[in-house]
Design a protein around this ligand. Structure first.
Ligand SMILES: Nc1ncnc2c1ncn2[C@@H]1O[C@H](COP(=O)(O)OP(=O)(O)OP(=O)(O)O)[C@@H](O)[C@H]1O
Length: 286
């Protein structure tokens, strides 16, 4: 089992409740985590991709062609069964497309890689370990144990869990557990974060806090993010661009940029206008 697949396998568990995250400046991030603050993201290209699962009669994904720029946050939005998770798993290299390919930084994806990490709905932490020990797992699996002492405290600060470093993860709220999973995902300094509805099991308040914080963290680190969601509001809060998918076969029917803004507060009129525009597009096409 690879380090990546071990982490993937770990992703499970109950989630609820949360605290907000204090801000950390780009300079602090660079100094503390060793991550470049900008320009670190991966370029993703989907080229003529089709996919059919073994034993099924039809393609579940058909004729997908798009690019994601380095540092861009893209939401894959669509109704249940349109192939969002399948596409994310293909990008991650968890399986190979039937036709066409996925290219990350110009290289064809043939398997999983620590340069890109997937976060799932359930964070799947080791329940007998502390927050710091769980956050260190990615580095430990990658054989980078000498980096743990410097990077784990910086990561816990980034996700707002410094005060919980020695706490057993079983004693955390669901939102806090998802923050531990995020710290673990970021520990190996990936270029690309693939999010498969990671907040859907959280209560609304916690979900909104995490959506804004993950966007902020991704922008501060310059990460490319592909987010699978069926929540229009989540897409509007987090993404720079939305790809709306329709089913049978799964395909992209709308590709729309979302209004730029360093902070997206859902109670602002600008945010509500953008959310409403995306919702109308979704209803018209998905
Ligand atoms: N292992 C599999 N074998 C056969 N068919 C599958 C498999 N996994 C998914 N499918 C089918 O492929 C299609 C796309 O599924 P996928 O899970 O990617 O959709 P989704 O948009 O992520 O749905 P949801 O929002 O409900 O998670 C569906 O019709 C599903 O039944």
């Amino acid at each position: 089992m690879t380090a990546f697949s071990t982490i993937k396998t770990l992703e499970s568990g109950a989630i609820k409740g949360d605290a907000t995250v204090p801000g950390v400046s780009q300079k602090e991030l660079s100094e503390k985590s060793g991550s470049p603050a900008q320009g670190h993201g991966a370029h993703v290209q989907i080229d003529g991709l089709q996919h059919r699962y073994k034993g099924t009669a039809a393609n579940c994904l058909q004729d997908l062609n798009f690019k994601v720029d380095a540092g861009q946050i893209v939401a894959l939005v669509g109704r249940s069964g349109c192939g969002k998770s399948t596409l994310l798993h293909l990008i991650a290299g968890l399986m190979q497309p039937s036709v066409g390919g996925v290219y990350i930084n110009g290289n064809r994806v043939k398997s999983t890689c620590p340069r890109w990490v997937v976060m799932f709905q359930a964070p799947s932490l080791f329940p007998w370990m502390t927050v710091a020990q769980n956050a260190a797992l990615g580095l430990r699996f990658a054989g980078r144990t000498s980096e743990i002492a410097k990077r784990v405290p910086a990561l816990l600060e980034l996700v707002g869990l410094t005060a919980f470093a020695d706490r057993n993860v079983q004693d955390l709220s669901g939102g806090q557990q998802q923050r531990v999973a995020l710290a673990r995902s970021l520990a190996t300094q990936p270029d690309l974060l693939l999010l498969d509805e990671p907040f859907s099991a959280l209560d609304a308040f916690t979900r909104r806090a995490l959506q804004q914080d993950v966007r902020r963290i991704a922008k501060e680190l310059g990460l490319t993010v592909v987010l699978v969601t069926h929540d229009i509001t989540e897409a509007a809060i987090m993404a720079d661009r939305a790809l709306i998918m329709a089913p049978d076969p799964g395909r992209i029917v709308t590709d729309t940029p979302l209004a730029p803004g360093p902070e997206r507060h859902r109670d602002s009129p600008e945010f509500e206008a953008e959310r409403a525009r995306l919702s109308t597009l979704f209803e018209a096409t998905a």
